[in-house]
Design a protein around this ligand. Sequence first.
Ligand code: NAD
Length: 391
Amino acid sequence: MWPERITVCGGGNAAHVLIAMLENSAVSVYVPFADEAERLRAGCRRAGGVTARAGETVWRGEPQTISDDPAKVFPDANLVLLALPASAHGVTLAAATPYLRSGAWVVALPARGGFDWEAAALLPEGVVLAGLQTLPWACRIVPGKYGEAVEILGTKKVVDLASRPATVSTELAATLSQLFHISLQPVSSFLALTLANTGQIIHPGIMHGMFHNWDGKLPGEDQAPLFYAGVTPEIAAQLQAMSDEIQAVRTALIAARPDLDLTAVLPLDAWLRRSYGSDIADSASLRTCFTTNRAYASLRAPMKLNHDGKTLVPSFEARYLTEDVPFGLLVTRGIAELCNVSTPAIDRVIEWAQTALSREWLEHDRLRGRDLANSRIPQRFGIRELSELVS
Ligand code: NAD
């Protein structure tokens, strides 16, 4: 199928890139917040659409409709793109559900963990689901140019895509690669995609490494530290241990179902080399894959202004914890529990994150906390046995 009518959900950085790149398609945009929808409309009107720039390459696209009303943007859509944080997937799919027809494609960029379980529970029969393992672009709306311009700072060499049913993943990857001007690689299943989500390791792992000793005092800097370039040998060791535990989960799953294809679940260093290629100047170690990676060079840790209005303190509410733990690391932890694989390094990060965020997920090494209701662990969707997970 070539998508005739596309609905982009979201009005942030990723949505701006999509609006611009889909310049030759009929595009509607769903932004559920009326003020954000109005700002997006106003920006597009001023500039005649959204421009995305990646070096010398420029795209410009103008949506036909931008609305906070699902009835104006979802009917007749045969491709729905979720350019949203994972916490917004559920409410957005619930808004779209009454209008989506069998055969429509719903694609999450990125999917994060457990997207298929949540979406399948909400969407009508026959809707095809797909998810990308990561957002293909590092992108930021140009300051002061909301609704007008976005800068693409980096593009991943190749990004994995899973679909449900899995039989259409090759067709979906080919079509979406063309639409997004990137290389999408079909992988065997959403389970593989969920475990292969490296954001669940990288973001909470580095946050833990940088801030677990933070004692509430000022960091003594008026600028946030470099995030990826700030990976120390100790942080790299923690990331390696988390990656090793996910590999142990992969091994346990294959032992239970030898025909499962989990080749997409790469060790972290292998994933970095594959995704960033020559952007990494020195790929000799996991640490140098971060510290010499051009695509990561300028990105800083999420910090916010302290009460004094002058100095900076860590922002634990940033997505690196609020998205990547409940929609990433916890999902994998839930899978590990079904496989009886112990995950001390992952648990260390989850325990620190739940304290930092005042959430309850892990209790005495078990997934029992009350805040699991806002996560995508498999147990929430009735998957309580390994056999149910791999069936
Ligand atoms: P953004 O913050 O710029 O935009 C997010 C959009 O989601 C906004 O339009 C916001 O209104 C909407 N939203 C938030 N909560 C919502 C809710 N409850 N219901 C409906 N809509 C809601 O984010 P982004 O940079 O476009 O990122 C989108 C996704 O891509 C996120 O998962 C992010 O972690 C991931 N990502 C982004 C980048 C990047 O460089 N921008 C890189 C890697 C991954």
